[in-house]
Write a protein that binds this ligand. Structure first.
Ligand SMILES: [Zn+2]
Length: 241
């Protein structure tokens, strides 16, 4: 027993990052994104940083020798559901008042909300008795996550994941997740589970279980939302459901 503890603490010592160790591109991006979320960074500074992260992130991805995902091959952002519906029949996308640098309390709804059967709102699919996965729409790298949401938390987004798509130089944003499986810097393949769909978030906790999926194309460091409803319909069609 004592030997085990000794071995474990030796491993911990070896693995502990030293103060001089440099942060990776995605660890930096995660920190910058947290500052944007909390409105603690100048907008121009943030844009300059993101423009660099995109460049370096693409390079890092290329070094992995893995191919990215073409738009026509995007994967539906949920797995393990028997049927699904879109908020307002897919007309819930509104980006007129939105700006990424508004942070966590952004205006508008530059996204789509997708529901699965969950009458009692326990984040469990009524037909399968199981939770539903949020899945990566593309092969990419995790930029930022939040997984500590609790009922007293003011965060509107709840638990979330932001993923970098090196092919289209964009980010995918999933919010209100029940659980988050991934970490910043992690390589995720298209279709991989990144969390469970839920209803975390200040307002979402009183609503229906759903995934909020957004797509922001990055233009010179500025994430600009784009409506992906037809991509979602196409990806859904490919699931056969
Ligand atoms: Zn939403």
């Amino acid at each position: 027993m004592k030997l085990n503890i000794l071995v474990l603490s030796m491993i911990a010592l070896i693995q502990a990052p030293t103060l001089t160790q440099e942060l990776t591109v995605f660890e930096r991006w995660h920190k910058t994104d947290q500052l944007i979320r909390d409105r603690k960074i100048d907008e121009d500074d943030a844009k300059d940083s993101i423009a660099i992260y995109v460049k370096l992130g693409k390079k890092e991805f290329k070094n992995l020798g893995i191919s990215g995902t073409k738009r026509e091959d995007w994967v539906f952002p949920m797995d393990g559901w028997t049927s699904c519906t879109y908020r307002s029949n897919g007309n819930d996308y509104k980006d007129e008042r939105f700006d990424y640098f508004q942070g966590g309390e952004f205006k508008g709804h530059p996204a789509h909300d997708i529901f699965f059967p969950d009458c009692n709102n326990d984040a469990i699919e009524d037909s399968t008795g199981k939770k539903v996965y949020a899945t990566a729409m593309v092969t990419g790298i995790v930029i930022s996550t939040y997984n500590k949401w609790w009922k007293g938390d003011y965060f509107r987004s709840g638990n979330y994941v932001k993923m970098f798509d090196p092919v289209s130089e964009a980010m995918f944003y999933y919010s209100h997740l029940d659980t988050v499986f991934v970490q910043p810097g992690e390589l995720v393949k298209a279709g991989d589970p990144i969390g469970y769909v839920g209803r975390t978030g200040r307002k979402a906790i009183n609503g229906r279980t759903h995934v909020h999926i957004a797509y922001y194309k990055i233009d010179e460091g500025h994430p600009i939302p784009e409506d992906i409803i037809f991509d979602l319909y196409l990806a859904q069609k490919k699931t056969g459901n």
